[in-house]
Design a protein around this ligand. Structure first.
Ligand code: ZN
Length: 363
């Protein structure tokens, strides 16, 4: 069995809105630039995989869009109807920083379909592990309120579909996107079968969620807000002292990673210091946890990450690790970022904080 990799050119055609970075154009904000959530971060990852040969070492292909029934397990009809109607007209924007163009509904359903296909491939034993190059992303989307570039909650749609199909009940979502996975948290907050664990930069987006006190039913929600400036060492310590024991305690039948790359040192919307090797190391830890706890069943779904140059190398490292492929694409920024990791005293302070959080969560 190999790694399954789901992608579709149509996901790169999603667009809309008139922004310069995250600012609406107007007043003193000159038009141009566009939202940081551009197709190029993802398309360049796919292109890099073609160039290195990695794409030929995985089982790559597209997947059907998620069905209306799939979407409706997570999102209310009134939101889906409003989204579809606006998408059929000329596109628009229904929430906060989540614009879409004509046909955006179908593209978002396809993005969710890629996530569903990845999870199903793993649960049905057709792939050793899987990656979905979903776009638009999903982890911010609440049931009835799209936000933060997210129009449908891809991972939640995939999990609810898998539960409805009788493929899984207990499952865990680990979100290493630099932003809080507020949508995923909200959707599963009352469901103790689904552990949601988000590692994110504190006081980034959204400002009003992601605190340690939001614990969910039976404590099955864990937030790890980190100060800006954390590097590889702190992230791996969070995995070893919080994520790994939390997963072991939950005993999931499968693990899903909300795989954002905006904790990259080069990201315009994050202030963390990760590089390709950091993501490779995190992926190896996720694989080890899945191997120990749930027969290796591991699916990754692409979320944020806005450095068009750096994301492809971080993503390549993740998919190399997943597949054990011989193709490689060494991170050309790796040495530079490695030399700029925080100093020992700073890391020690964060380590104390991580220890306090672990104690707070009873780990
Ligand atoms: Zn993000």
């Amino acid at each position: 069995m190999r790694t399954a990799f789901f992608h579709d050119e149509r996901c790169f055609w999603h667009g809309g809105g008139n922004y310069a970075l995250t600012l609406p154009v107007g007043g003193l904000v000159q038009p141009g630039g566009g939202l940081p959530e551009s197709p190029e971060t993802k398309r360049r990852l796919l292109n890099l995989m073609r160039v290195t040969g990695l794409l030929a070492e995985v089982d790559a292909g597209s997947a059907p869009a998620a069905t209306r029934e799939d979407l409706a397990r997570v999102h209310p009809d009134r939101y889906l109807d409003a989204f579809k109607a606006a998408s059929d007209r000329s596109g628009g924007e229904l929430g906060l920083r989540a614009p879409f163009g004509p046909g955006g509904y179908e593209i978002a359903a396809l993005s969710a379909g890629l996530a569903k296909a990845a999870l199903f491939a793993v649960l049905e034993g057709r792939a050793e592990n899987a990656y979905a190059l979903s776009r638009p992303p999903g982890h911010h989307c609440l049931p009835d309120w799209p936000n933060g570039f997210c129009l449908l909650n891809n991972i939640a749609i995939a999990i609810r579909a898998a539960q409805a199909a009788g493929l899984v009940q207990r499952i865990a979502v680990v979100d290493w996107d630099v932003h809080h996975g507020n949508g995923t948290e909200a959707i599963f907050l009352d469901d103790p079968r689904v552990l949601t664990l988000s590692i994110h930069q504190e006081f980034n987006y959204p400002l009003d969620t992601g605190g340690v006190l939001t614990r969910g039913a039976e404590g099955a929600n864990i937030n790890v807000p980190l100060p800006p400036g954390c590097g590889e060492e702190s992230y791996l310590e969070v995995w070893d002292r919080i994520v790994a024991p939390a997963l072991a305690r939950h005993a999931p039948e499968a693990i899903v990673i909300a795989c954002g790359f905006d904790a990259s040192a080069m990201d315009p919307l994050g202030r963390m210091l990760l590089r390709g090797e950091s993501y490779r190391a995190l992926t190896h830890r996720a694989m080890a946890a899945a191997g120990a706890l749930c027969g290796g069943r591991l699916a990754l779904v692409h979320e944020g990450g806005y450095s068009e140059v750096h994301v492809p190398f971080c993503g390549h490292a993740v998919i190399e690790a997943l597949s054990g492929a011989s193709a490689s694409a060494p991170d050309p920024l790796g040495a530079t970022i490695g030399a700029r990791q925080p100093g020992a005293r700073w890391v020690a302070g964060v380590s104390d904080y991580i220890g306090a959080l672990a104690a707070e969560f009873g780990l």
